[in-house]
Design a protein around this ligand. Structure first.
Ligand code: SF4
Length: 386
């Protein structure tokens, strides 16, 4: 039997990654760039400070590989928050249970969920990501499964970004039409993970680390992982995320694998970002990861500014969110210019501040200006190529 990802991670402690980075020179970077198939040492070379003079060459190769595997297209999706209730305490998050905002918490009723879905579908979206905090007693797995069923009436592709679940619970979501699941490990470093996840099921490192395996066994067709950039030294978290992606590709080959690159920018007052990732770091991460994982889809959210997102389009991105809201009830409110039943007279808590606030049409125009076609339907292009 193949080792679990937990066993695989245990074989790659921090010291082993440190050793990978030791002694890397520009010659190692040039050698990594010239290869067809790259190993983890090559990825470390491409992520190292020695790779900075090679960014242009890396960008050309990243663009070539992305076009080969995905064409000149960017798939659009929208996040839809079904609830902002959360019993967990993650120190970097606006939804944390420690945030004293009881009156700003809400869970969408079915009519409000339908209103939100209809508003997004009207804009042309065919792919939606349903999100919620960690409140499994109120927003139960059954509740989420029902939300998937409702959303499937409006969208051809429904994914979730919710708390970690049991395999049986994931099977329940798949039965209702779930296609994809996004779950970030946030940081793969055990010690750091414990410092920033103080309460709730999410404080259980191993349960979260193994969630993707349970989802893969349950038949979830798209598995999207990521590290929250800024929680720990990115040169290590990115290597661990790459190991995770390769492990999932091997063990859950029936599912397509994706990576997101959420970057911590604005945080609640009590938490200051200690490992800030600069724009140049961010670009290097995207390029190096594309060279290491050519057939994995890369998602980019509206956490990044419009100008920066536009610059990243030709460098390896395959999926972008657009016109996003990070609060429940956000779309029908914004699109209609008046509150929904759920949000009337209330200020509703947002998970994080959006940086790219452009309407969907402007994002589409920017994608076209870059020479790419925006696509609404998120069929699995990498798999279609066989
Ligand atoms: S990151 Fe998720 S689990 Fe943690 S506080 Fe925010 S919503 Fe809750």
């Amino acid at each position: 039997m193949n080792p679990s990802f937990k066993q695989h991670m245990n074989a790659w402690p921090l010291e082993r990654l440190e050793a990978l980075y030791t002694g890397i020179t520009e010659r190692d970077v040039a050698a990594a760039l010239a290869k067809e198939q790259r190993d983890l040492r090559d990825l470390a070379a491409l992520l190292s400070p020695a790779a900075r003079p090679f960014m242009e060459a890396m960008a050309r190769e990243a663009q070539r590989l992305t076009r080969w595997h995905f064409g000149r297209t960017i798939a659009l999706y929208a996040p839809l928050y079904i609830s902002n209730l959360c019993a967990a305490d993650c120190v970097y998050c606006g939804f944390s249970a420690r945030n004293p905002t009881r009156d700003k918490r809400l869970t969408l009723s079915e009519p409000d969920l339908r209103r939100e879905c209809a508003a997004l579908a009207k804009h042309g979206f065919e792919s939606v990501l349903l999100l919620t905090g960690e409140a499994p007693k109120v927003v139960t797995p059954g509740h989420i499964a029902y939300a998937v069923r409702v959303a499937r009436e409006y969208f051809s592709s429904v994914s979730v970004e919710v708390y970690a679940m049991e395999e049986l619970e994931y099977r329940g979501l798949v039965r209702e039409g779930l296609e994809g699941m996004t779950l970030y490990m946030e940081t793969y470093h055990r010690g750091r993970y414990k410092q920033v996840h103080l309460e709730g099921q999410k404080a259980d490192y191993e349960y979260r680390l193994t969630a993707m395996e349970r989802a893969g066994r349950a038949g979830v067709r798209k598995l999207t992982i990521g590290a929250l950039l800024g929680l720990f030294d990115w040169r290590y978290d990115v290597l661990w995320a790459a190991l995770h992606a390769r492990w999932l590709q091997r063990e859950h080959w029936q599912s397509a694998i994706g990576i997101s690159f959420p970057r911590l920018r604005h945080t609640p007052e009590r938490y200051a970002v200690q490992h800030f990732v600069t724009d140049a770091d961010f670009v290097q991460i995207i390029l190096a990861m594309r060279l290491y994982l050519p057939e994995v889809s890369f998602n980019l959210s509206t956490r990044e500014t419009d100008a920066f997102r536009d610059r990243l389009i030709p460098l390896g991105i395959t999926h972008m969110s657009a016109g996003s809201s990070t609060q429940p009830g956000g779309y029908a409110t914004h699109l209609r210019g008046q509150p929904t039943e759920a949000t009337k007279g209330r200020e509703v808590l947002e998970q994080f501040e959006i940086e790219d606030c452009r309407p969907v049409e402007e994002v589409i125009a920017a994608i076209r200006r870059s020479g790419y076609d925006p696509v609404w339907k998120d069929y699995d292009r990498a798999f279609d190529r066989g």
